[in-house]
Ligand binder design. Structure first.
Ligand SMILES: [Zn+2]
Ligand SMILES: [Zn+2]
Length: 348
């Protein structure tokens, strides 16, 4: 079976849209990109200052497109969609509901864009789709035997709920002067530094939380729900058990220990709440018009496929440092097999 037949190559007549220019399909029709998962030059040894600086400011780079987008949505959420901090001094049912509605709206729109493009309209068919199959609609491991329905229930029923409760709780403590708050104009450098490093903090926090939930008792209790999605779609991103949601969104609890502005809390939670959508899209590239661009989903797709690798899902090379990195190559696959064999021998 040729690639041209297996893919629904709607109008793929430019090099940027031709899947065969970016990867190949194996005997089971799974798409494997030629490009290896890698890290930005700033984290590669020996240090490359010029390349590193260029990367920070380029597209894609440290700020653009993803990091800036979550900062921007966080600013929108705090300054235009949230009440002033004083209103958090007393928690009411109405306020909690409005906060839940605000966060739900963000998730619905953002996750919805990826779902609508890739899975509802199937705008690019299976071009750049890692797993050739569409989400499962007859699998009893999922709620109502339907992967998308299952994922949406966990996302809103647990994910957005726990996100909202953490947001309200931290802002409640801040509004009642229990925590240390700063004003933007009084400490502008600290304010800016904290905002632009949220992404790095989230990378570190996610890696260690993710390693923790792969510990067998926690995996059996919670993380197995997320890993039912070995063929993930955007809605799989926040499909987690409540225990995992709490650990996942606990990145915002850092502000119990550091002076902060309410915007930090909102951007941190927005980053955690929205960034799983592209990472679980199930596609390597997003086709828009006559262009396609990498949405950085390959590393985490490999985690869903092989489980014990790529626990981090950001720009910091934590998996490389801790020996759990998989770049998608046959060599990395052989290394993973060897590591798992050694682990099982150790366990006896
Ligand atoms: Zn995942
Ligand atoms: Zn995992």
């Amino acid at each position: 079976m040729t690639i041209a037949k297996t893919n629904n190559n709607k109008g793929a007549n430019t090099t940027n849209l031709l899947e065969t220019n970016f990867g190949s399909r194996d005997e089971r029709d799974h798409y494997k990109p030629f490009k290896r998962v890698g890290y930005p030059p700033i984290f590669i040894w020996p240090i490359q200052p010029v390349k590193g600086l260029k990367w920070i400011l380029s597209i894609p780079g440290y700020f653009l497109p993803w990091n800036s987008l979550y900062i921007f949505i966080g600013i929108l959420s705090w300054y235009y969609l949230s009440p002033p901090l004083e209103d958090y001094s007393q928690v009411t049912v109405q306020q909690t509901f409005l906060c839940f509605a605000k966060n739900s709206l963000l998730v619905l729109v953002y996750f919805g864009i990826f779902h609508f493009h890739f899975y509802f309209k199937k705008n690019q068919g299976r071009i750049f789709k890692f797993n050739p199959n569409w989400p499962n609609k007859k699998n009893k491991t999922f709620l109502f035997s339907n992967q998308n329905i299952d994922n949406v229930i966990w996302t809103f029923g647990s994910g957005v709920t726990i996100w909202t409760l953490l947001e309200i709780s931290i802002l409640y403590l801040a509004a009642n002067d229990v925590l240390s708050l700063i004003k933007r104009d009084e400490r502008p450098i600290y304010f800016l530094f904290m905002i632009i490093t949220i992404h790095l903090w989230r990378d570190i926090h996610f890696y260690f939380v993710h390693r923790a939930v792969h510990w067998a008792p926690l995996y059996r209790h919670a993380h197995y729900i997320h890993h039912k999605n070995n063929n993930p779609g955007p809605w799989s991103g926040l499909a987690m058990h409540p225990t995992e949601h709490f650990l996942y969104f606990s990145c915002a609890l850092i502000y119990l220990f550091l002076p902060f502005h309410p915007l930090f809390v909102i951007i941190t939670l927005t980053h955690a709440g929205l960034s799983p959508a592209p990472g679980h899209a199930g596609f390597e590239r997003f086709v828009s018009g006559k262009k396609s661009f990498d949405i950085d989903a390959h590393a985490h797709y490999l985690h869903h496929k092989y489980f014990e690798c790529n626990y981090a899902d950001g720009i910091m090379p934590l998996d490389r440092w801790f020996g759990t990195f998989h770049d998608g190559s046959p060599e990395a696959q052989a290394e993973l097999r060897k590591r798992l064999k050694e682990q099982s021998l150790k366990k006896g």
